[in-house]
Each structure stands twice: as C-alpha cells, then as structure tokens.
Design a protein around this ligand. Structure first.
Ligand SMILES: [Ca+2]
Ligand SMILES: [Ca+2]
Length: 95
C-alpha cells in the first residue's frame, strides 16, 4: 500500500475502533467521541478549557441531527483539522 492508502486505512481503523465500543458500530456516541478525542487528539480538547467542549463538538459535527457522529461527519472534521494543520505549517514555513 502507498503512504496515502495507509493513512486512509488508519483513519477508517481508528474510527471503527471507537465507534464499535457501544450502540451502533457505525457511529460515535458522545461517550465514544469523548474517548476518541482524549486518546487520539489530546491537545484539541485541552486547548478548549471548557467542560462542555465535547457537547459542543458533537453538536458541530452532527450534520444529520441524530446525536451521533457517523463516518462521513467524522471525515468532515478530520478534513477540516488537517486543512487547518496544513495552513499552520504553511504559515510557519515548515512545509
Ligand atoms: Ca457506537
Ligand atoms: Ca449524526
């Protein structure tokens, strides 16, 4: 597999690992989203310094309003974060 194929597979694996913990295996409950954020993106919630950060994040990501985050909704988030990182590196002259 190429690097990009490996990266895509890893995103799918990470989502599946957390989404499969409870309820619907194809989507993240608030609890699953919280665990994923704490384990995989520990800096993201820390920066928010807000006890309701996970609730707000869920509300932002939940495009279809079913109170869970499915893979498509998750990908919108990953894409936005990745684009933000890219912009940051670009501005910092690191790329
Ligand atoms: Ca689930
Ligand atoms: Ca949803």
């Amino acid at each position: 597999m190429t690097e990009l194929e490996t990266a895509m597979g890893m995103i799918i694996d990470v989502f599946a690992r957390y989404a499969g913990a409870e309820g619907n295996k194809q989507s993240l409950t608030k609890g699953e989203l919280k665990t994923l954020m704490e384990k995989e993106l520990p800096g993201f919630l820390q920066n928010k310094r807000d006890r309701n950060a996970v609730d707000k994040l869920l509300k932002d990501l939940d495009a279809n309003g079913d109170a869970e985050v499915d893979f498509n909704e998750f990908m919108v988030f990953v894409a936005a974060l990745t684009a933000a990182c890219h912009k940051y590196f670009e501005q910092a002259g690191l790329h």
